[in-house]
Design a protein around this ligand. Structure first.
Ligand code: ATP
Ligand code: MG
Length: 188
């Protein structure tokens, strides 16, 4: 039997109030002639670990199920701004405060995935939401940019989602393939 490779990543979903806030922020930026590939509502999420192309879906699911998620992390918005990329265009991001339970869980997950041979990102984890890629516009270099971002109400993550990033009829889709609750018993 051939196992199909899948492009996977783990993430936390956002509440409707955050999706609304992000959409209105993106609309306000567009009105200021900011251009870029804005993330559509159905692809907004907080990435924890990017796994990449893998045939290890089953092992990854088993491994994720066994991790300690007893403490549900708080997701709280920090400042909005730019991540400048040397290669590829700049990203418009909304930074997320590094709540201890968030970085602890993210690190635990990264370490566990590394035991399956999944390469760990060498850069330190900087939690953020990507609002747009290849972003361009004069507002982006201005100190006024931060004032376009509101302050969505912090929430506690309910679950960790394993996503499959793939094309469906030529459109990029993130399909949830497994969900693991926070705040409950561990899977061990
Ligand atoms: P595109 O690559 O077409 O711009 P995308 O980045 O949204 O689209 P994927 O590349 O499949 O789609 O990425 C899925 C998720 O994983 C996104 O949140 C993306 O930011 C994140 N991601 C992708 N590559 C990496 C990487 N090398 N390191 C960290 N996170 C990544
Ligand atoms: Mg990508």
């Amino acid at each position: 039997m051939t196992v199909k490779k899948k492009r996977l990543f783990t993430a936390i979903d956002l509440p409707v109030s955050w999706l609304d806030e992000i959409e209105s922020t993106s609309d306000r930026l567009c009105e200021q002639d900011v251009r870029g590939r804005f993330t559509p509502r159905d692809r907004l999420h907080l990435t924890l670990n990017f796994i990449g192309e893998t045939e290890e879906e089953d092992s990854i699911k088993r491994l994720l199920a066994a991790l300690d998620r007893s403490e549900a992390p708080w997701i709280s918005a920090g400042s909005g701004g730019l991540f400048r990329r040397r290669r590829g265009g700049d990203l418009i991001v909304w930074q997320i405060e590094n709540h201890p339970a968030l970085s602890t869980y993210q690190g635990l997950e990264a370490e566990a995935l590394a035991s399956l041979g999944i390469r760990r990102d060498r850069r330190a984890y900087k939690p953020h939401l990507t609002l747009a890629r290849d972003a361009k516009g004069t507002l982006l270099g201005s100190p006024e940019l931060v004032s376009f971002f509101g302050k969505p109400v912090a929430f506690q993550a309910e679950e960790l989602v394993l996503y499959w990033s793939h094309l469906v009829n030529g459109r990029l889709v993130y399909s949830p393939i497994a969900r693991f609750p926070f705040g409950g018993e561990t899977g061990r």
